[in-house]
Design a protein around this ligand. Structure first.
Ligand code: 5GP
Length: 205
């Protein structure tokens, strides 16, 4: 069985993390999505337990107190966090667990989990990012501006990531990530007993 690991995908709002994640999951049944907890109100069409677990600030703080979150951060104007138990259960089963989280959360993971893989998703250009944010029609103008300003701050952290993928075309971005996963699966450090496995088959010629 191949070893499971954490795959952290970050990128500014509007870079297309959601669409790329969905494309990845559709094509790969060994990738499972970690559903985050958030205090943000659901957007039209969002389903509790599917897109996010929507909670109150009190419930969120309770989870923090009980140490139930792997990481959490205040992003834009709300809290977001990753439930710990699901992630560990799935990794134990050998799955690749996809975390679609912001840079603050990614940095927390980086400090604690050396085996995690970090990918930063970029838009083709920053003006294209602005167009995408405006086109989404899911946020107010003020929210769009906050997200656009934050995008430049997030870019400061691209150097902390292992890989970057440009999302010009979703299909190509998904393929790039699949190639990263394929290479990461072959890292010697993820197969600690590879030598023993080969030696166990040794016999006289
Ligand atoms: P949105 O409100 O557009 O769904 O997400 C806003 C931002 O929060 C995105 O950058 C998204 O990646 C990030 N985010 C979503 N879930 C989590 C999480 O569990 N932890 C952290 N740190 N960020 C998250």
């Amino acid at each position: 069985m191949s070893a499971g690991f954490l795959l952290v995908l970050s990128g500014p709002s509007g870079s297309g993390k959601g669409t790329v994640s969905q494309g990845l999951m559709k094509e790969n049944d060994k990738i499972v999505f970690s559903t985050s907890v958030t205090t943000r109100t659901p957007r039209p069409g969002e389903v509790n337990g599917d897109n996010y677990f929507f909670t109150t600030i009190e419930e969120f703080e309770e989870m923090v107190k009980k140490d139930e979150l792997l990481e959490y951060a205040f992003v834009h104007t709300n809290y977001y966090g990753t439930p710990k138990k699901f992630v560990f259960d799935e990794i134990k089963k050998g799955e690749i667990v996809l975390l679609e989280i912001d840079v603050q959360g990614a940095l927390q993971i980086k400090k604690r989990y050396k085996e995690a893989v970090f990918i930063f998703l970029l838009p083709p250009t920053m003006s294209e990012l602005k167009n995408r944010l405006k086109k989404r029609d899911t946020e107010t103008e003020e929210e769009i501006n906050t997200r656009y300003r934050n995008a430049f701050r997030e870019l400061d952290f691209v150097g902390e990531y292992d890989y970057f993928v440009v999302n010009n075309e979703v299909k190509k971005a998904v393929e790039d990530i699949e190639n990263i996963i394929a290479a990461e699966r072959l890292r010697v450090k993820r197969h600690k007993n590879i030598k023993e496995q080969m030696l166990s088959e040794r016999s006289e010629i």
